[in-house]
Design a protein around this ligand. Sequence first.
Ligand code: NAD
Length: 259
Amino acid sequence: MGILDGKKILIAGIASERSIATGIADAMHREGAELAFTYLNDKLKSRVEKVAERCKSGLLYPCDVASDTEIEQLFLNLSKDWPKFDGFVHAIAFTTGDQLEGDYLDAVTREGFRIAHDISSYSFAAMAKGAKPYLNEKSSLITLTYLGAERFIPNYNVMGLAKASLEANVRFMASSLGTRDIRVNAISAGPIRTLSAAGISGFKKMLSQFESMAPLKRCVTIEEIGNSAAFLGSDLATAVTGQILHVDNGFSTTALPND
Ligand code: NAD
């Protein structure tokens, strides 16, 4: 018996085997959830198919969250397979490469700011608006954030602002959907080497500093993020909403390394 038995959950944000959304899909499948998946474009479809296959799912839908039409179409298509479902995972972020390098004020542009906030924050609310008619009571919406929302992190630049916006989105969405007994939370993950993370200048250094400073003295894995997401998606977390859960080996609680 799994903690997600009987739950139907949509996963958005797989781009590779290393994606955080892949770790979440594997954990949710292990815990008994039925899963459906989105993919950004045809180039990424076969990678998502691989994960879907091992999670015993044939439900795959294209969705670029930059497009309201594609989001609307996603939930129309999904509703034909699942008239009702129990939540989704939003593991999506994007900004252009020039934004993730160098001094914040030198790097930030109006267009970089707009794209980062649109794809990495607004899209969570946009997906919730599209999903709302089809969500069961006790549904759970989960997004992924990073410590750069709360503190300065070199080179993270405008993504820090977009994550701060995403975290505020979590609180406002939790209130909006709370009247229907639907919960909204974010996992603030420690740094993990994924395709998106590779775009952040100096990421390798960030990982080694993280390891030496975190109380648990190691990096976080996508399996560990997956386990926390499975908990948030389950009825074990029915009183948890509007929260930012730090799954970061304690890094965010520490000011100086203990060495
Ligand atoms: P990833 O590159 O594997 O996943 C990012 C996903 O965003 C990809 O699947 C990509 O297809 C999707 N995406 C980008 N633009 C999109 C669009 N317009 N429409 C639909 N999908 C789009 O990287 P990841 O690290 O697994 O990132 C997942 C989430 O976790 C992101 O929100 C990221 O900011 C967050 N996060 C990552 C780390 C880390 O260190 N890797 C730490 C904390 C939070």
